[in-house]
Design a protein around this ligand. Structure first.
Ligand SMILES: O=C(O)[C@H](O)COP(=O)(O)O
Length: 254
């Protein structure tokens, strides 16, 4: 039975500042690096030895994958990188402080932009930090595929080809597979695996840096809906903090 492990990258510099990040390529903080290493230790303690790794085109996810796999004693496992696993493009919200956005637009709009399936924030303006049309990393993609904003439905549509074409073959081959991605690309994947309804999706928050294990049956359906975090208590606390990010100006100093 194949095992899938989902891991959101460790804390990034913009997570620490409570800024919407999306496709802006910020690095991990020292705390995020530590979370990544601890993820690898948790994998090792659980006896999980990933044979294949999939991650996004963004530095924070790639570095988390490298640090976690080194700590899991599996640095040689092959890594596939795809823009399809990137964070949701957060449009014009990228670079804005989350509590500022909540106060400007109100709780309902803020919640729908962050957690609903269909709402997409306003698109990013040309030439600003989130405009990826001239980013060399995406030069081979048809311009029509490059987002200026995304709903979770858009994320799901661009993520699933990578799931079916690259992750599923690894799982079908019996490889323990680690996917290191982002809050919303992982929400899209969990929604797909667990067949979440709209209300469940609104409540789903994924914490940084804690592996989530899914043991799958032969049809690749989860044996336990929602999977199992390798540190369930820390995951519950951290997920509740993620849900509250609009009400927080700065994270407490560690
Ligand atoms: O891109 C971002 O701002 C975060 O990584 C994810 O944000 P969210 O948890 O507010 O959707």
């Amino acid at each position: 039975m194949p095992t899938l492990i989902l891991l959101r990258h460790g804390e990034s510099a913009w997570n620490a500042k409570n800024l919407f990040t999306g496709w802006v390529d910020v690095d991990l903080t020292p705390h995020g690096e530590q979370q990544a290493r601890r993820s690898g230790q948790l994998l090792r303690t659980a006896g999980l030895r990933p044979d294949a790794v999939h991650t996004s085109a963004l530095t924070r996810a790639q570095r988390t994958a490298t640090l976690a796999m080194a700590a899991a004693d599996r640095p040689e496992a092959p890594v596939t990188r795809s823009w399809r696993l990137n964070e949701r493009h957060y449009g014009a919200l990228q670079g804005r402080e989350k509590s500022d956005v909540l106060h400007e637009y109100g709780e309902e709009r803020f919640r729908l932009w962050r957690r609903s399936y269909h709402a997409a924030p306003p698109p990013v303006a040309d030439g600003t930090a989130g405009d990826v049309s001239r980013d060399a990393r995406y030069a081979d993609l048809p311009p029509g595929l490059l987002p200026r904003t995304e709903s979770l439905a858009d994320v799901t549509a661009r993520l699933l080809p990578h799931w079916y074409d690259a992750v599923v073959p690894d799982l079908r081959a019996g490889r323990t597979t680690l996917v290191v991605a982002h809050s919303n690309s992982l929400r899209a994947l969990v929604a797909h695996l667990d067949r979440l309804d709209d209300q469940e999706l609104l409540r789903l928050n994924i914490p940084t840096g804690i592996p989530l294990r899914y043991d799958l049956d032969e049809d690749l359906a989860p044996q336990v809906r929602g999977g199992r975090y390798l540190d369930p208590r820390a995951a519950a606390t951290a997920a509740a903090e993620v849900a509250e990010q609009g009400n927080r100006r700065l994270r407490p100093t560690r």
